[in-house]
Design a protein around this ligand. Structure first.
Ligand code: 6PG
Length: 238
């Protein structure tokens, strides 16, 4: 695995740097199986893709999955699907059949099994696991990624493709890809911006003892692991 780190001055420039890479990667591979992160960080990216990459990316070849979802209905303000649909999917010509939503409204265990089956139907298997072309991940200030939280690090080695999780503070039920599926992706990209992530990013990149507690520190990729950071997240704190 090769690690690539790209640091830009602002969140907008960070999103633009990632979008340029995404365009290049999608143009080389059809179909392109892409798992997206949720939360707030990717909103800038999704708006940019909708505004500037509508014609530049052959969206008909892209299959959209999610790395995790909150167990809420698709119309709930907390839904990663709702956020992605409003900022990106409604604005690009991606066939609806290419959008593989995690059904947050379903019972978590039942949906984890169903979603795993849908992934297996569309994402080719390599080394015994589905192999996404790219998994986009964010990082929480506690070092979680997808919905693999520090108190549920067993999901990093779980034998399931995806599994139920619970947010340690809010108690919100989640569905998350597991660490083995993420590690089996050709490429994994962290998109991380903002001062609040600086401590975790620095610990992970320095491979400090403290970083071992962070699920994001244990994420691997088959080929390439990318970090797209703004200066606020990347600045070293002495
Ligand atoms: C989610 C995400 C989660 C997110 C981090 C960072 O469903 O919330 O998938 O892993 O990437 O929590 O969230 P922010 O981008 O909102 O800081």
């Amino acid at each position: 695995m090769k690690t690539h780190i790209y640091i830009q001055p602002t969140p907008e420039a960070t999103a633009a740097a990632f979008a340029d890479f995404l365009e290049k990667w999608i143009l080389k591979k059809e179909p392109f199986n892409l798992a997206l992160s949720g939360g707030s960080t990717p909103k800038i990216l999704f708006h940019l893709l909708a505004e500037k990459f509508r014609e530049r990316i052959p969206w008909e070849r892209v299959h959209i999955f999610w790395g995790d979802e909150r167990c809420v209905p698709p119309g709930d303000p907390q839904s990663n699907y709702k956020m992605t649909s409003e900022t990106l999917l409604q604005h690009v010509p991606i066939p609806p059949v290419n959008i593989h939503r995690i059904r947050g409204e379903e019972p978590p265990q039942k949906e984890a099994l169903r979603y795993a089956a849908e992934i297996q139907q569309f994402v080719p298997e390599k080394n015994g696991w589905p192999s996404f072309d790219l998994v986009l991940l964010g990082i929480g200030a506690d070092g979680h990624t997808a919905s693999i939280f520090p108190n549920q690090k067993t999901l990093l080695e779980a034998k399931q493709i995806c599994a139920p999780a619970i947010h340690p503070e809010s108690g919100q039920h989640r569905i998350s890809l597991t660490g083995q599926v993420i590690a089996n992706s050709r490429k994994v990209a962290f998109l991380v911006t903002g001062h609040s992530k600086r401590k975790v990013v620095q610990a992970i990149l320095e491979k400090s003892e403290e970083s071992k507690a962070y699920p994001a520190a244990h994420i691997r990729a088959k080929k390439d692991l990318y970090w797209f950071l703004d200066e606020e997240a990347a600045k070293r704190e002495f």
